[in-house]
Design a protein around this ligand. Structure first.
Ligand code: THU
Length: 135
């Protein structure tokens, strides 16, 4: 069954518990719902060389790709991306993550606002995006 927006946020919150964020102390979790119904989660993974930090949304995308079926010819499509920052809400995806989510056709982003699920159309977060069709 397709998870509700609140359920996706809860999965993102659970994923944030696994964050490796000793430098920022800002754990983030993401839960991506794909068009085939699969949900893949991720958390931020920081590094002593700060710039090498990987955000939760991007670890989730990487995890989804690496665990995908072999010989898959179609680009996976993200129906919704839920993002939770344990220390501050709402936590919207950073610019780099918006670009990466855009690659996979992300349709909307779900954040927690006043403890309720708030859904934002992706086109509002990254208008005029540069993507696969721009090449
Ligand atoms: N962070 C994410 O995981 N996702 C975002 O979209 C915003 C920022 C992480 C990166 C870093 O580990 C911490 O939050 C503080 O910037």
């Amino acid at each position: 069954m397709t998870p509700t927006d609140s359920e996706l946020l809860e999965l993102a919150r659970e994923a944030a518990q696994h964050a490796y964020a000793p430098y920022s102390d800002f754990p983030v979790g993401a839960a991506l719902l794909f068009s085939n119904g699969r949900v893949v989660t991720g958390c931020n993974v920081e590094n002593a060389s700060f710039g090498l930090t990987i955000c939760a949304e991007r670890t989730a995308v990487t995890r989804a790709i690496i665990s995908g079926e072999p010989n898959r010819s179609e680009r996976p499509r993200i129906v919704a991306a839920a993002v939770v920052g344990l220390k501050a809400q709402p936590c919207y995806p950073c610019g780099a993550c918006r670009q990466v989510l855009s690659e996979f056709g992300c349709e909307r982003v779900i954040v927690a606002e006043h403890d309720r699920a708030h859904s934002v159309p992706f086109a509002e977060l990254l208008p005029y995006a540069f993507g696969p069709d721009s090449l």
